[in-house]
Design a protein around this ligand. Structure first.
Ligand SMILES: [Zn+2]
Length: 167
C-alpha cells in the first residue's frame, strides 16, 4: 500500500502533531475484518503500532503489511488517531521510497485479504487484496508489496498493482 493516488503532500507538522496512538485497545483489529476471528486491535496490529516508540517491530512482512493496512484504516476519518497512524506509516516505509509527507484520500477501508506471502532472507513480498469504499461504492486494491529487512526492522519498499482477475 502506498502507490497510486492514495496520498498527497501534507505539512509535516500536521503529521507529527501527535505521536500517540489514542485508540481503544479492545476494538476488533481492522486487518481482521474479513476473517472469522476475535483478534482485537491490541492483540494484533495495536501491538506493533504501540511498539514503534519502544523499538518493537512487526516480525514478518505479513505482520508489517497488516499493521500498515490497519494504520491506513485507523488514519482515515478517525480523528485523534490519524497523526499517530500516519507516523507509523512513515516510520515503516523504506527511506528510499517514502514520500516526504503523507496525506490520505477519503477512503473507508473495509477489510484485508492476504493472498500470498513469501520471505527469502532479508526480502519479502506480500500479495493482498485491500477492500475499501469510496463515495459509498465498494472497491478493491489488489497489490503485491515488497518489503526489506534492515537492522532487524521490516519496511515497506514499494508495490505493484496486480491484475485483478475478479473484475
Ligand atoms: Zn491487525
Amino acid at each position: 500500500m502506498g502507490t497510486g493516488a492514495s496520498y498527497e503532500r501534507l505539512d509535516r507538522a500536521v503529521v507529527i502533531h501527535n505521536l500517540r496512538m489514542a485508540r481503544p485497545r479492545d476494538i476488533p483489529c481492522p486487518c481482521r475484518a474479513l476473517e472469522a476471528t476475535d483478534a482485537t486491535y491490541a492483540e494484533c496490529c495495536g501491538r506493533w503500532h504501540g511498539g514503534l516508540a519502544v523499538g518493537e517491530h512487526a516480525p514478518t512482512p505479513e505482520t508489517l503489511m497488516r499493521s500498515r493496512y490497519s494504520a491506513y484504516a485507523l488514519a482515515q476519518g478517525r480523528g485523534p488517531a490519524s497523526p499517530a497512524a500516519l507516523e507509523y506509516l512513515m516510520q515503516t516505509w523504506h527511506p528510499s521510497t517514502a514520500p516526504g509527507d503523507l496525506e490520505l484520500s477519503p477512503l473507508k477501508w473495509t477489510g484485508l485479504e492476504i493472498v500470498h506471502q513469501e520471505t527469502r532472507g532479508d526480502a519479502g513480498v506480500v500479495e493482498f487484496v485491500a477492500h475499501y469504499k469510496v463515495n459509498g461504492r465498494a472497491e478493491k486494491l489488489h497489490e503485491v508489496s515488497r518489503f526489506v529487512l534492515e537492522d532487524g526492522t521490516w519496511r515497506y519498499v514499494d508495490g505493484v498493482i496486480a491484475a485483478n482477475k475478479e473484475r
